[in-house]
Design a protein around this ligand. Structure first.
Ligand SMILES: C[S@@+](CC[C@H](N)C(=O)[O-])C[C@H]1O[C@@H](n2cnc3c(N)ncnc32)[C@H](O)[C@@H]1O
Length: 224
């Protein structure tokens, strides 16, 4: 079994976000809020191309040095647990456990290089779900990549409901990827979430990304 004591800081790049969350070129021009973007380079890469991404994460309460230390402590745990369970993953875009180390490290390095200026420009905002310090409908899309559903064993069902409700308060549309927990099983919260948000437009969409075996679907919720 893969088991994490806490939510781990790990970061993906713009190409990965684009595939996981089915972000079209016109989506990338919208006001995007990344909830739990952590040390991903999605924010800096997209904003360097003229995008409007804001990321919120409790990691941003910490200094650059502390984040760097947290990443290097976590890195070996993630790699070791992934290496121990290769059957839970599809080794395609990320061809091997060694690449699994290299690709995110490049992304996290880019994030670290952008961290201090991004914090000064309010692109990285310290904070945490289920409370977002933003006005109603101040974003077009709110994203969760590798946080909600993935950490089903660490976070409660009520936390999921409160977080998604809050994301729908600040954004017109919410996209969540993946729908699996860390052991590549469908999150036991998915059905309850679908039932709790019947008044919204809901879609489970197949996406062009699969690293966890069976993890190629995202949930889209839209305010009408
Ligand atoms: C596995 S990382 C995913 C990073 C990025 N979204 C990606 O896909 O590459 C999970 C992130 O969730 C953040 N996190 C933990 N608790 C949170 C909360 N209550 N609200 C928002 N983010 C949180 C962690 O700090 C961490 O950066």
């Amino acid at each position: 079994m893969i088991q994490y004591k806490d939510v781990v800081p790990w970061g993906r790049n713009l190409d990965e976000y684009t595939c996981m969350l089915d972000l079209t070129p016109s989506d990338l021009d919208l006001r995007i809020l990344g909830c739990g973007d952590g040390p991903a380079s999605f924010n800096v890469e997209c904003n360097q191309r003229g995008g409007h991404v804001t990321s919120i994460d409790p990691l941003y309460y910490f200094s650059l040095e502390t984040i760097e230390k947290r990443i290097s402590e976590t890195y070996h745990d993630v790699l070791n647990q992934t290496r121990a369970h290769p059957e839970k993953f599809i080794w395609g875009t990320i061809p091997s456990p060694d690449a699994l180390g290299r690709i995110p490290m490049e992304s996290m390095r880019r994030f670290l290089d952008s961290y201090e200026s991004g914090r000064a420009d309010q692109k990285y905002i310290p904070g945490e779900l289920p409370v977002l310090p933003f006005d109603n409908q101040s974003f077009d899309i709110a994203l969760s990549s590798h946080f909600l559903f993935l950490y089903t064993d660490n976070l409660t069902f009520d936390f999921h409901i409160a977080s998604i409700r809050e994301m729908l308060r600040v954004a017109k549309e919410v996209r969540i990827f993946p729908l699996l927990d860390v052991n590549a099983r469908q999150s036991r919260y998915l059905q309850g979430v679908l039932e709790s948000f019947q008044e919204y437009k809901l879609e489970i969409r197949k996406v062009n990304y699969e690293f966890q075996r069976g993890g190629n679907r995202m949930l889209v919720l839209e305010n009408d």
